[in-house]
Design a protein around this ligand. Structure first.
Ligand code: BG6
Length: 497
């Protein structure tokens, strides 16, 4: 039996896509599991003038694939209230406070409040100030603020945003979402690293040759041309998701699994990333690309709401170096992009080869290969490990095999979705899977050097055809170090079986 947590949620941006696709279904799952039950209420607010009834219809629509019966749906939506709201208008906060206090009383939420800002960041500061000035932040319960990315668009704007927020909420009340940290296999990285001697003992530059992280997408910019054209792949994916993955792979063992212990190690890990302080280093170590038409898909500059002259990157590949005792000399290659040939997220950890290969390398089909541990994040979830064995029969010819543990479809579909996990963590006051300001700060410091160098250099942006794995220069980046992207398409192979 799960313990019920009482809270009043206020969702700013309740009419938006994120609320519809992620927040209402996640709250419903938490309700079904009994984490929220009788003592919770949700206030949805946005500019649009919706009635409570219409709000309930919208929520019902967002739950149409998951809801089991009408009665339960009604019981759930009865906890939802809508209030139309202009975030800049002080009078609206007076109304919001009145409703919050009523619901607090009605549902016995004990003054526990979660404010979810699912909207454009330019209003975050104003909302924080208004919540404080109008006494929506309670004295008697917990008060937590969840915010969505992007957290600024460079270090300067992120710092300003943080200063605005911390006028009303302290760091330990702020929950910055990076939805990758809610994914099962991202949460599994520490489990595998720190509970298996065979990996922990080898997790350093003596035994690891290089690490490769791929987050590839097949979609283009969809209807987000407006946002994306001002953002680009570096800010959209590398600053947050990719650097968070790097931090989890690189960090030292934390003192405990306590959120602050883990986040302290991640902050140290991010501080050890080499900053590419001059333009030449950026050009040599980070490649950007933009998709052109191909495979019946439009090119980026033909997408709606994208400047036809745009030089925004839709692809990034980079080499990250970690200048500390454990990792000196091991390249971490990362790549991400839109309109690539497959939607796949995985990490390859390639170990060094044995110091002397005793097995045949000529006149045979397969030769001994370096071991690779692959963490499959999505769509497949699990691990696989490339090993060498002897081919069955006479002789000493090698056979490369993969031992794997891939979660079956049922397990994956029953496991909570990232937003559900993160909402529950926030209800429980567990900050582990949210990014601390110091992580955000350090990530922007790293990214700003790259962005600034690119802003000075119009020349090095490479085209790649839609439906491919990025420009040739991304391959050159590894070739110059004697490596290659490991194009091991396990997802397709595994699914075909
Ligand atoms: C988001 C980006 O943070 O992550 C999107 O803004 C991207 O552009 C998305 O599509 C990818 O997330 P996932 O979970 O589908 O890999």
């Amino acid at each position: 039996m799960n313990t019920e947590i009482s809270a009043l949620f206020t969702i700013f941006g309740a009419t938006g896509d994120l609320a519809h696709r992620k927040l209402y279904p996640s709250l419903y799952h938490l309700y079904k599991k009994g984490f929220i039950k009788n003592n919770f209420a949700v206030i949805g607010t946005a500019r649009r003038e919706w009635s409570n009834d219409y709000f309930h219809e919208v929520i019902a629509d967002s739950l149409k694939d998951v809801v089991e019966n009408e009665e339960e749906l009604k019981a759930f939506t009865s906890h939802f209230y809508y209030i139309s709201h202009n975030v800049k208008d002080a009078d609206h906060y007076v109304e919001l406070k009145k409703l919050s206090d009523q619901l607090d009383e009605k549902y016995q939420t004990n003054g526990n409040r979660i404010f979810y800002l699912a909207m454009a960041p330019q209003f975050f500061g104003t909302i924080g100030d208004m919540l404080k000035a109008n006494h929506l932040i309670t004295e008697n319960g917990f008060n937590r603020l969840i915010i969505e990315k992007p957290f600024g668009h460079d270090l300067k704007s992120a710092t300003e945003l943080n200063e605005q927020l911390t006028r009303s909420f302290s760091e330990d009340q702020i929950y910055r979402i990076d939805h990758y940290l809610g994914k099962e296999m991202i949460q599994n990285i520490s489990a595998v690293r720190f509970s298996n001697m065979i990996f922990e003992a080898l997790w350093n530059n003596k035994y690891i040759d290089n690490v490769q992280i791929t987050l590839s997408e097949t979609v283009g910019v969809e209807d987000r041309g407006d946002y994306y054209d001002h953002t680009g792949a570096l800010r959209d994916m590398v600053q947050n998701h990719i650097l968070q993955i790097v931090a989890l792979l690189v960090m030292e063992p934390p003192l405990s699994l306590n959120g602050n212990d883990i986040r302290n190690e991640k902050i140290k890990a991010l501080r050890s990333l080499r900053l590419y302080e001059n333009e030449k280093d950026v050009i040599n170590n980070f490649v950007r690309g933009q998709y052109t038409a191909g495979n019946d898909q439009a090119g980026y500059t033909d997408e709606p709401k994208v400047n036809p002259e745009s030089s925004t990157e839709t692809f990034v590949a980079g080499k990250i170096m970690v200048d500390n005792f454990r990792w000196a000399g091991v390249p971490f290659y990362v790549r991400t992009g839109k309109r690539m040939s497959q939607k796949d997220t995985y990490i390859h950890i390639q170990f060094k080869h044995v110091s002397m290969n005793l097995f045949p390398t000529e006149g045979v089909e397969e030769v001994a290969q370096p071991n690779i541990l692959t963490i499959h994040i999505s769509p497949l979830e699990g691990f696989s490990l490339r090993l060498n064995t002897k081919r069955v029969g006479q002789g000493t010819e090698m056979k490369n095999i993969r031992m794997h543990q891939i979660l079956d479809e049922q397990t994956v579909s029953n496991s909570p979705e990232a937003y559900e996990r993160l909402l529950l963590d926030c209800l429980n006051g567990d900050p582990t899977n949210f990014t601390h300001w110091k992580e955000v700060e350090q990530s922007w410091r790293f990214i700003d050097f790259i962005r600034n160098a690119w802003d000075q250099d119009e020349e090095h942006i490479y085209e790649y055809a839609s439906g491919t794995m990025g420009p040739k220069e991304s391959y050159d980046l590894l070739h110059q170090d004697g490596f290659d992207w490991i194009e091991f398409n396990w997802s397709t192979k595994y699914k075909k079986k």
